[in-house]
Design a protein around this ligand. Structure first.
Ligand SMILES: Cc1cc2nc3c(=O)[nH]c(=O)nc-3n(C[C@H](O)[C@H](O)[C@H](O)COP(=O)(O)OP(=O)(O)OC[C@H]3O[C@@H](n4cnc5c(N)ncnc54)[C@H](O)[C@@H]3O)c2cc1C
Length: 757
């Protein structure tokens, strides 16, 4: 055995998406990081070893404008480009490359951490080192750093350091959670092994192993949906072990899961009930995907009520949006639905205080082991949410190192700065504005060659019969002077149209009714009908317009998306099946899933300022109350430009551009996800940055093939100018140029990778 010591600013243990994003975030802020992962592949449950697909705040397209940005967002968008078929090995590469791109990260694969050194009284302990053993290399490595991040999912590091933690479900009385049981217990969600199948193109026989279970002797065939051809996460319900210890009984759980998988395959192949002659097993997991084990206790424990009420925190550093998704203790053998869902009205906030230990002073955590009650964990546990939590924790750890303080002191003294740094990195945080004084763009006058001032969706590609209520949403700044709808009517009829607000700025549901109107409609094709709906809200916000059911009318519908405009159909209350049981929810009732990128035809009278050029410096980097971006008119061949102008000359060293990558578009890393495009069409493709020098406009940056949301340009020279403009020549498909944010900073020795202090 070789004995080695590795000293870094930060040690991250666990290379799931939480650990990966924590390491990358800290490394991008100039901190050295050891990322220690006990398996050969990064990605945790999302890796090709387990193959759980990555979902997050969009809840598979249920929540609007909720897709994650930052490191997770970069991986989603790049995966969609390189891996539209959702090949698990290609996803592994995206994650690995994201880590390898950071020179500040030293990656230790196959390195299992199982020993730590710590000391101190129970209420204030310190970790001095963690030691791992690298499989296949006979290297024992001791990692030393001022701060440690436990991203192991199971929480072994914190446990060894004697951090306070919970396993199982809290009693209802503890946090007053409606979904908690009366009495506390040690029940967790169970573990799952997934499998992939393939059509071989010729008959294939299947002889089950002797240990395969006869599933017809269980409740599985009658309670669960079993279809030939399903693969991977379609079988998330093959779950067991919630009543056992999911770590210490892991081997027993694995054997039970294997016996059921081989039994299900026997049922599919040999029962005669499925068309499966040519089907074969392509892959069966060897590692049970674990859903739940320890949850550490931090200075704050996130609860069901925080999620449902979308509570605000002065240290909110990330957001989630998946439903609270809990499963019965008996897992696949349960007679109850495989999962129970409770959906908030939109995305909710996660505080920094849930990401560090209350009693181990240099221990932080991210992923499924954060400080949340069992019920809240039911939502925070999905991987894109774990990833954004990871980015926030890694950024917090960079503060710990930079300032020589504890994570708790980051909360007490630097929480605002932490939020500002996260925003600058385009992280998934919502409702917080850029307030960085060194961002010179904020002092500029912003103008553009053109900007969208009329909200009008006109091209009618199809007809949508109003057999149920439908709705659409658009931003209102400053007012609506009237609204027209394009409809087809078969006979004279009366149409009811209602105008609602949406409540919280991150919500996209009807909240409070503003006005209603009934309109006489005469027969006619593609006719514009006039409503007198008017509204002047105090601040920019979205209008939610409901068009009530009327089968004599069809709404005209476009196939051209219009940024900031959404369409919905009323799906009623969700039905329960053997797999899913849903609490009533306005978000699932008003579904935008099948209407994504297909708005109804309507026009708003008067002009709007919702897409004005100054939106690129209004401080918000994602939709919140309105779209928060500049949108040009349809682009002409010569391109569009947006210009920043200062009263006096400034020195420019660093320019940040954030383009629109349509965070309403749901993306998933693995196999079931398809979009008609590999690159989000709204993303700007070809652009230049120009500065006004003595002789006129000088091009200092040119990019021909962009497919990223956030681009940062560090300039070689220290340029002095009073005017800077972004010229956009081409997008990846959409008709207008759209820019979310422009930031401008002076020359910085650390090439801009400094934290906000
Ligand atoms: C079957 C199943 C279905 C699910 N469905 C979904 C879904 O559809 N979408 C979704 O997004 N989420 C889903 N989840 C939840 C999600 O997968 C987990 O909550 C998530 O993976 C937690 O992320 P993490 O980074 O905290 O932990 P993990 O993904 O578990 O990663 C932790 C990593 O740490 C490593 N590690 C552990 N101990 C050590 C150690 N001592 N030393 C070094 N390394 C260590 C592990 O090998 C692992 O790679 C599901 C989970 C399961 C099991």
């Amino acid at each position: 055995m070789k004995y080695e010591v590795v000293k870094k600013d930060i040690t991250v243990i666990g290379g799931g998406l939480a650990g990966v994003c924590a390491a990358v975030a800290a490394a991008r802020l100039g901190k050295t990081v050891a990322l220690v992962q006990n398996r050969p592949v990064l990605g945790g449950n999302s890796s090709s070893e387990v193959r759980v697909w990555v979902v997050g705040a969009t809840k598979n397209g249920v929540n609007r404008y909720a897709r994650e940005t930052g490191i997770m967002g970069e991986m989603f968008v790049e995966n969609q480009y390189r891996n539209p078929d959702g090949n698990p090995y290609m996803w592994d590469l995206i994650v690995l490359e994201t880590v390898k791109a950071e020179k500040n990260i030293e990656l230790f694969l196959n390195t299992d951490v199982r020993e730590i050194e710590s000391s101190g009284k129970e209420e204030s302990r310190t970790i001095h080192s963690v030691t791992g053993w690298m499989m296949g290399s006979e290297r024992q490595i001791r990692f030393e750093s001022p701060v440690y991040l436990d991203c192991t999912g199971d929480g072994l590091i914190g446990f060894l350091a004697r951090a306070v933690y919970r396993i199982g479900r809290e009693a209802r009385s503890e946090y007053n959670e409606a979904w908690a049981p009366e009495e506390s217990d040690e029940i967790t969600l169970g573990s799952t092994i997934l499998f992939y199948t393939r059509d071989e193109g010729h008959p294939v026989k299947y002889v089950p192993p002797s240990f395969a279970k006869d599933i017809t002797t269980t409740s599985i065939p009658e309670r669960r949906i079993i279809r030939s051809g399903d693969s991977g996460c379609h079988y998330w319900w093959i779950e067991w072990g919630g009543e056992l210890d999911t770590v210490h009984d892991d081997a027993r759980i694995r054997d039970e899961l294997w016996s059921v998988i081989y039994g299900i395959w026997d049922y599919i192949k040999n029962s005669g009930k499925f068309e499966a002659d040519n089907m074969t097993l392509e892959w069966v997991g060897a590692i049970p995907g674990k859903r739940e084990y320890r949850r550490f206790v931090g200075d704050y424990t996130l609860t069901q009520n925080d999620i449902v009420e979308q509570a605000e925190f002065d240290d909110q550093v990330a957001f989630g949006g998946w439903s609270i998704d809990l499963h019965p203790p008996e897992g696949m053998y349960s007679k109850a639905s495989g999962s129970k869902h409770l959906q908030a009205d939109g995305v909710y906030h996660i505080p920094f205080r849930s990401l560090y230990s209350k009693n181990v002073d240099n221990l932080m955590f991210a992923g499924r082991n954060i400080s949340a009650s069992h019920v809240a964990f039911g939502s925070t546990r999905v991987m894109a949410t774990c990833a954004v939590i990871g980015e926030a924790a890694g950024t917090g750890a960079a503060y710990v190192v930079d300032k020589g303080i504890t994570p708790r002191e980051v909360y007490t003294s630097y929480r605002k700065e932490l939020q500002q740094t996260l925003l600058k990195q385009d992280a998934s945080i919502i409702g917080i504005k850029n307030e960085q004084e060194d961002d010179l763009a904020k002092q500029a006058q912003v103008t553009a060659y053109s900007s969208c001032e009329i909200i009008k969706v006109d091209d009618s590609a199809e007809s949508y019969r109003l057999e149920k209520d439908a709705a659409f949403l658009f931003p209102v700044e400053l007012q609506i002077d009237g609204l027209q709808l394009k409809v087809n009517a078969e006979r004279p009829t009366v149409l009811t149209v209602e105008l609602w607000d949406t409540g919280k700025p991150q919500n996209y549901i009807p909240h409070k009714q503003i006005a209603t109107q009934t309109i006489q409609v005469q027969p006619g094709e593609a006719q514009w009908i006039q409503t007198e709906l008017v509204w002047k809200p105090e601040t920019i916000q979205n209008a939610f317009v409901i068009v009530r059911k009327n089968p004599d009318i069809s709404l005209c519908r476009s196939d051209q998306p219009f940024t900031g405009v959404l369409a919905f159909e009323d799906m009623g209350d969700s039905k329960s099946t053997g797999l899913y049981e849903h609490e009533k929810s306005l978000v699932t009732k008003w579904s935008a899933r099948k209407c994504a990128r297909k708005p109804f035809c309507f026009q708003v009278e008067g002009t709007t300022k919702a897409y004005s050029p100054d939106k690129v410096i209004n401080g918000f980097h994602r939709p919140y109350g309105g779209p928060n971006l500049w949108k040009s008119e349809a682009m002409e061949e010569r391109g569009e430009w947006i210009k920043l102008e200062w009263d006096k000359e400034i020195s420019i060293g660093e320019i940040h551009l954030t383009f629109n990558d349509d965070v309403n578009q749901d993306l998933i890393n693995l196999h079931h996800h398809r979009t008609p495009f590999d690159i989000i069409p709204e993303l700007v493709k070809k652009y230049a940055i120009q500065l006004w020098m003595e002789e006129g406009w000088e091009t200092i940056v040119e990019v021909d093939d962009n497919r990223k949301r956030k681009r940062v340009h560090y300039l070689d020279n220290d340029y002095h100018t009073s005017r800077c403009r972004l010229v956009i020549y081409e997008t990846n498909g959409s008709a207008s140029a759209e820019v979310v944010e422009i930031r401008v900073y002076g020359k910085n020795e650390e090439v801009g990778r400094h934290i906000s202090s």
